[in-house]
Design a binder for this molecule. Structure first.
Ligand code: BG6
Length: 480
C-alpha cells in the first residue's frame, strides 16, 4: 500500500482523557505512526481538565492503548518513540488556566490542528481561547466531533461560534462514516466505472435500501442516547451521508467543494416525509438482555432506538425511485449495506412461470467490505430453461489480499486534516440543510401516534417497518 507522509504538525487533542480519544484517536494515530505516515518530529498534545503532567498522561496512555491497540503496542520500541512525542496540558476550556503554556508549547512554522473531542457546549469557548491566546492563526485547523447540534437552531449557533474565530476552510466537521473505506469506494464505483452511471437513475433503479443495523444496545451510554435517539444519532448524519453519495450528481472533480456542493443539492431535494412513511421502534427485553428502558434508565422514555423511513429525492434523476432507510440497535446482526435494486426485466421470453428476479447491486460496508451483484442465470442441468439468481461476489479482503488492510475511519480523517483536505468533512451549510430535513421528521415524533413500537432484541425491527415496504409491494433485504 502506498503511504504518502504528511507534513510536520502539532496536533492538540481537547478531551484527551475521554473515551473517543482512548478508543479511536490515539490508537489511530499510533497506527499511522507505525505506517510511516507521520513525520518523526510531529507532536501530539493532549489537553483536558484532569490535573496531571505529561509523564502521567503517557502512563495512562500505556494503559488505555493496551486495551485498544493491543497488537500494535507489541512493537514496544516504536510505541515508546511515539509516546515520546506526546505532551499534556491541563487546561480549563472556558477559563484561563493552561492557555499560556499551550501557546508556548506550540512550534512556529508547522501545521497546527486542534481536535475538539469534547461536548459541543464548549466548542465556542475553546475556539475563542485558541485565537485569543494566539494558539491558532489563519493557517490552523479546528476539528469538531458530532453531535453537531440537536436541531437546526443549535447547529446554526455552533456554526456561528466557530465562524466567529475560524474561516470555513479551517473547520473540519467529522462524520466518521465518510472516513470508512467502502464509503469512499462508493464514489469510485459510481464515478470510476462507465458500467453503472448510465443505469443510475429512476428509469432503471426500482428503489434503494440503506441499512445500518447494530447488534449492540445502548447500555453504558443510555444517558446521552436517550436525549438523542436513532434519528439524531444516526440518520441526520451517517445515513444522510450515505444517501447523498448514492444520489448525488457526478462532481466535476474530486475536490472538497465540488463534492460537497453536489451532496448539498441532494439534501435540498429531499421531500418532506409524511407521517405514514416514518416508523419508530424501541427494543424490549429478551434473549437474556435488558430492554432499552432499562439501558436508558428512563422508565417513561419514548426515544427511538430504531427508525425506518421512506424518502423521496425530488429531482430529475430520482423522481419515482424511493430510498428506504433503516437503522437500529439490538438488531439481528451488525450489518451496514447499501442495496441498489434494479427494475425487473420488462418481459420474460422464458414464459410466465419463469419470474425473472431483478438485479441488485449490494455495497457492503460492515462487517465485511465488498460488493455483490445479483445476476440471473440459467439453472444448470437438463430439462429446459429455469432461471436462478446468483451473486457475483467480491469481498475486498479476498480480492485484495494484504492490500485490504484499510486504515480506520479516524486515522484517515486525521491525516486529511493535516493535509488540508476537506472532501470527507461536512460543510456548515450541509449540516444545516440536513438538520432542516431531520427536524420536520423529529417534530412529528411528539405526536402520540408516533410513539415507538416495541421490537424484540435480535430481530429485524418492528413489524411496522416490514409493512412500510409491503405497502409498496417491496421487502427489506434480510439483516445477516
Ligand atoms: C456513532 C453513534 O456515531 O456511530 C453510535 O453515536 C453508533 O450510536 C456508531 O454505534 C456506529 O459507528 P460504526 O462505525 O460502528 O458503524
Amino acid at each position: 500500500m502506498q503511504i504518502i507522509p504528511v507534513d510536520d504538525f502539532d496536533l492538540v487533542i481537547f478531551g484527551a482523557t475521554g473515551d473517543l480519544a482512548s478508543r479511536k484517536i490515539f490508537p489511530g494515530l499510533f497506527r499511522r505512526w507505525l505506517a510511516g505516515q507521520m513525520p518523526s518530529t510531529s507532536r501530539i498534545i493532549g489537553a483536558a481538565r484532569t490535573d496531571i503532567d505529561s509523564a502521567e498522561f503517557r502512563t495512562s496512555l500505556r494503559e488505555t492503548m493496551a486495551k485498544f491497540a493491543t497488537k500494535e503496542i507489541e512493537d514496544t520500541e516504536a510505541f515508546e518513540a511515539f509516546l515520546a512525542n506526546i505532551d499534556y496540558i491541563s487546561i480549563d476550556a472556558t477559563g484561563d488556566k493552561g492557555w499560556k503554556p499551550l501557546a508556548e508549547l506550540l512550534r512556529p512554522n508547522v501545521i497546527r490542528a486542534f481536535y475538539l473531542s469534547v461536548g459541543p457546549s464548549i466548542f465556542g469557548a475553546i475556539a475563542e481561547n485558541l485565537v485569543q491566546h494566539k494558539c491558532a492563526d489563519r493557517n490552523s485547523r479546528i476539528v469538531v466531533e458530532k453531535p453537531f447540534g440537536r436541531d437546526l437552531e443549535s447547529a446554526q449557533i455552533l456554526n456561528a461560534e466557530l465562524r466567529a474565530h475560524f474561516k470555513e476552510d479551517q473547520i473540519y466537521r467529522i462524520d466518521h462514516y465518510l472516513g470508512k473505506e467502502t464509503v469512499q469506494n462508493l464514489m469510485a464505483i459510481r464515478f470510476a466505472n462507465a458500467l453503472f452511471e448510465p443505469l443510475w437513475n429512476a428509469q432503471h433503479i426500482d428503489h434503494v435500501q440503506i441499512t445500518v443495523a447494530e447488534d449492540i444496545g445502548v447500555a453504558g451510554r443510555g444517558g446521552y442516547y436517550d436525549k438523542s435517539g436513532a434519528m439524531r444519532d444516526m440518520v441526520q448524519n451517517h445515513l444522510m451521508q450515505l444517501l447523498c453519495l448514492v444520489a448525488m450528481e457526478p462532481p466535476s472533480q474530486f475536490e472538497a467543494d465540488a463534492v460537497r456542493d453536489e451532496k448539498l443539492k441532494v439534501i435540498r431535494s429531499l421531500a418532506t416525509v409524511p407521517r405514514r412513511d416514518i416508523v419508530r421502534g424501541q427494543y424490549r427485553a429478551g434473549a437474556g438482555e435488558e430492554s432499552y428502558i432499562t439501558h436508558s434508565e428512563n422508565p417513561s422514555s419514548s426515544t427511538e432506538s430504531y427508525v425506518a423511513l421512506r424518502v423521496e429525492v425530488e429531482n430529475w434523476r430520482w423522481a419515482g425511485t424511493p430510498f428506504y432507510l433503516r437503522t437500529g440497535k439490538r438488531l439481528r446482526a451488525r450489518a451496514t449495506e447499501i442495496a441498489v435494486m434494479f427494475k425487473e426485466p420488462p418481459h420474460s421470453i422464458f414464459g410466465k412461470e419463469n419470474k425473472l428476479p431483478a438485479n441488485a447491486l449490494i455495497i457492503h460496508l460492515q462487517p465485511d467490505e465488498g460488493i455483490t451483484l445479483n445476476m440471473t442465470i440459467k439453472e444448470p442441468g437438463p430439462g429446459g430453461m429455469r432461471m436462478m439468481e446468483v451473486p457475483l461476489d467480491m469481498t475486498f479482503a479476498e480480492a485484495l489480499g494484504d492490500a485490504a488492510d484499510f486504515p480506520d475511519a479516524y486515522e484517515r480523517l486525521i491525516m486529511d486534516v493535516i493535509r488540508g483536505n476537506q472532501t470527507l468533512f461536512m460543510r456548515g451549510d450541509e449540516v444545516e440543510a440536513a438538520w432542516t430535513w431531520a427536524d420536520q421528521i423529529i417534530e412529528k415524533f411528539s405526536e402520540n401516534a408516533l410513539k415507538p413500537s416495541q421490537y424484540d432484541p435480535l430481530s429485524s425491527g418492528p413489524e411496522e417497518s416490514l409493512a412500510l415496504m409491503h405497502r409498496d409491494g417491496r421487502r427489506w433485504r434480510d439483516i445477516e
